[in-house]
Design a protein around this ligand. Structure first.
Ligand code: 9MR
Length: 366
């Protein structure tokens, strides 16, 4: 009897020891995020961010967050005309090359941004005097020069950016408000957009070519004429692969219109890139606004909605990806360039994840 009791006691003791050992080792194993818990690990399409070479090369938190979360890059401003050819015939691809080199080193996709835009032009282009042939040469040389320089290194280009007027859907032409006209349309005629795609395609036949713009979420004449233009291009055999829906939105956005615009753009058969996503919490730049949890949750719900709506309305084969315009609040153009009091991105200024991050990730997963 005593022997049997002793044996049970012995087993009990071993069990207890085993239980304590397991608990201890469980406590000692930290819960590290798995790759699947990042944006790029969760999404079934590329997740991108706008970046600057300075931040990539100098800010530790910036490039580690970027490499963990994203697998596609767009240059925030360093591949634009005013940067690549600041004086006529004097080229500077240093910053763009740094971004492209970083992407190659880390196997990230590069989306080229942009070749033709009415903004970010060097002074020599704004002041250029010449007949229509001279303008055509300037236009063609710029496109061919830059597209050739990055040939085989960029996966895709925003060939033409923001060519359509906000109010009536006409092509930007003469200024309506200071600086909102397009010298390209003024000097090259209405078919310049199609020619920009042709010239880019001739220079880099493997790059996917996009038309990129904002305001699709308003619906109305701007979206109607954009869709009409894209459809015409496809029917004419213009080498266009996709459309960029910038998505600079704010917390008052009409979500039904976002979904409807995504659906209509997808119906063109083109790839759809959410190309510059950010969600402003303070669109009127009210200096007295205090950041609240309520605002952060509203923003989070919208980030989730955008991911879900994209997945629901754009067929998988047409999803070129979702690109946020930078990823941390302090680096947003609204904050660092326009000096607004705002918090538009999934990470805060210290590169910490906000509710918006978790909800975006959830929207990519569900
Ligand atoms: O975020 C960009 C900012 O850093 C630049 O100074 C500016 C001019 O080059 O362009 C900003 O990016 C714009 C993008 O190229 C096109 N869509 C609107 C973006 C925000 O203004």
């Amino acid at each position: 009897m005593l022997v049997i009791l002793n044996r049970y006691f012995y087993f009990l003791l071993i069990g207890l020891f085993f239980f304590i050992a397991c608990k201890k080792s469980a406590n000692q194993t930290p819960q590290l995020p798995t790759p699947a818990a990042t944006l790029q690990g969760t999404a079934s399409f590329p997740m991108g961010s706008a970046v600057t070479s300075y931040n990539l090369l100098n800010k530790y938190n910036y490039f580690t967050t970027l490499l963990t979360e994203y697998n596609s890059l767009t240059a925030d401003y360093e591949m634009k005309f005013d940067q690549t050819e600041p004086q006529q015939g004097s080229f500077n691809y240093t910053a763009g090359d740094a971004i492209v080199g970083f992407a190659a080193q880390h196997h990230l996709r590069i989306h080229g941004h942009n070749l033709i835009w009415h903004q970010a032009l060097p002074a020599w282009v704004i002041n250029f005097k010449g007949d229509s042939l001279a303008w055509e040469n300037l236009f063609k040389n710029h496109i061919e020069g830059e597209a050739t320089h990055y040939k085989g290194q960029v996966a895709s280009w925003d060939v033409v950016n923001e060519a359509i007027r906000d109010d009536n859907g006409a092509l930007r032409n003469k200024d309506v408000n200071a600086g909102d006209g397009s010298i390209w349309r003024q000097h090259l005629g209405p078919d310049y957009i199609a020619r920009a795609f042709q010239y880019t395609h001739e220079a880099d036949p493997n790059a996917l070519l996009f038309y990129n713009d904002y305001g699709q979420e308003w619906g109305g004449p701007k979206l109607d004429s954009m869709i009409a233009m894209l459809t015409k291009f496809k029917n004419r055999g213009i080498p266009i692969s996709g459309v960029g829906f910038q998505m600079h939105i704010d917390i008052h956005v009409d979500t039904a219109r976002v979904s409807s615009a995504l659906k209509r753009l997808a119906a063109t058969g083109l790839m759809v890139h959410i190309s510059e996503l950010d969600i402003s919490l303070n669109p009127s730049n009210d200096q007295s606004l205090v950041l609240s949890n309520q605002l952060l949750y509203q923003q989070a719900a919208l980030y989730q909605f955008i991911a879900e709506s994209y997945r629901a309305n754009v067929p998988a084969a047409q999803r070129y990806g979702i690109t946020t315009w930078e990823f941390s609040d302090g680096d947003s153009w609204l904050v660092s360039w326009l000096k607004h009091k705002d918090w538009p991105l999934p990470f805060d200024s210290d590169y910490k994840k906000k509710s918006a991050y978790y909800s975006l990730q959830y929207g990519l997963t569900k």
